[in-house]
Write a protein that binds this ligand. Structure first.
Ligand code: ADP
Ligand code: MG
Length: 235
């Protein structure tokens, strides 16, 4: 049984179809990359799985560990081990990194989580979350906090535009940290080079999964048949 199984999911805003019969499965202990260009529906999918306010599917199923979770509130889904990181900037300005990492932590030492994301605890534990930290450092700290929650499924939604905050190699290193904690990861990105670190990948276009397979096959498909070319219609 997959850890996350999405079947024929539809979602619309003001009559506009955003997700259209989308089906996707993420297996236990799998790193699954979801590739799609801007506006293809990646973040919408993440919000539907998390159960964010205003995001309820018009039809379809969202099964987590075999159980339908559509009716569960965001905190109930979090209790089951579903977490999100990355798209939103950290909202905990002014507290220390050590306190921030203890907030949602199930167990373990903040230092361990910092090391996992490539930050030296002796340098960062007593720093304050403020503008003196670079965007990349803040992203790593946020990812350390997701690790501390010991999620069963971490959904990492990389921002679509602007600077890519972490290099591909940095992302690979951090994701290995998640793997070590037996978390499954749905890594959402627009960079096909990131797909190569996954166990499997899927391409999203026009609100549908148009291709699932090995990372190299999906990256190739994405590169040659980008949604820009097909003008947003599923390719
Ligand atoms: P991605 O994360 O792949 O860039 P999104 O999920 O953010 O894509 O958006 C998918 C589509 O849904 C886009 O066409 C976007 O304009 C539209 N969309 C997203 N949120 C809203 C909203 N709140 N109101 C209207 N349209 C929206
Ligand atoms: Mg997005």
């Amino acid at each position: 049984m997959p850890l996350l199984e999405i079947r024929n999911l539809c979602f619309q805003i003001d009559q506009k179809k955003i997700l259209d019969e989308l089906s996707l499965a993420v297996k236990e202990n799998e790193i699954h990359v979801l590739l799609g260009t801007n506006g293809s529906g990646k973040s919408t999918l993440a919000y539907l799985v998390l159960g964010c306010e205003g995001y309820f599917p018009s039809s379809g199923e969202i099964l987590f560990a075999g159980r339908e979770i559509k009716a569960l509130k965001i905190h109930e889904r979090a209790q089951q081990g579903i977490t999100l990181a990355w798209q939103e900037p950290a909202k905990f300005e002014g507290i220390s990194v050590a306190d921030y990492l203890s907030l949602g932590a199930r167990s373990g030492e903040p230092s361990d989580y910092l090391r996992r994301v490539g930050l030296r605890p002796e340098e960062y534990l007593n720093r304050v979350l403020d503008k003196t930290l670079s965007e990349g450092q803040r992203k790593r700290i946020e990812l350390a906090s997701v690790l501390a929650m010991k999620p069963r499924l971490a959904i990492l939604d990389e921002p679509d535009s602007g600077i890519d905050l972490l290099s591909v190699q940095e992302i690979v290193d951090v994701i290995h940290g998640f793997k070590d904690f037996q978390a499954s990861v749905l890594l959402i990105t627009h960079r096909e080079e990131i797909a190569h670190m996954a166990n499997r990948a899927s391409q999203l276009c026009g609100g549908k999964i148009v291709f699932t397979g090995s990372p190299s096959a999906v990256a190739q498909h994405f590169k040659t048949r980008r949604c820009i070319v097909c003008d947003g219609k599923p390719c």
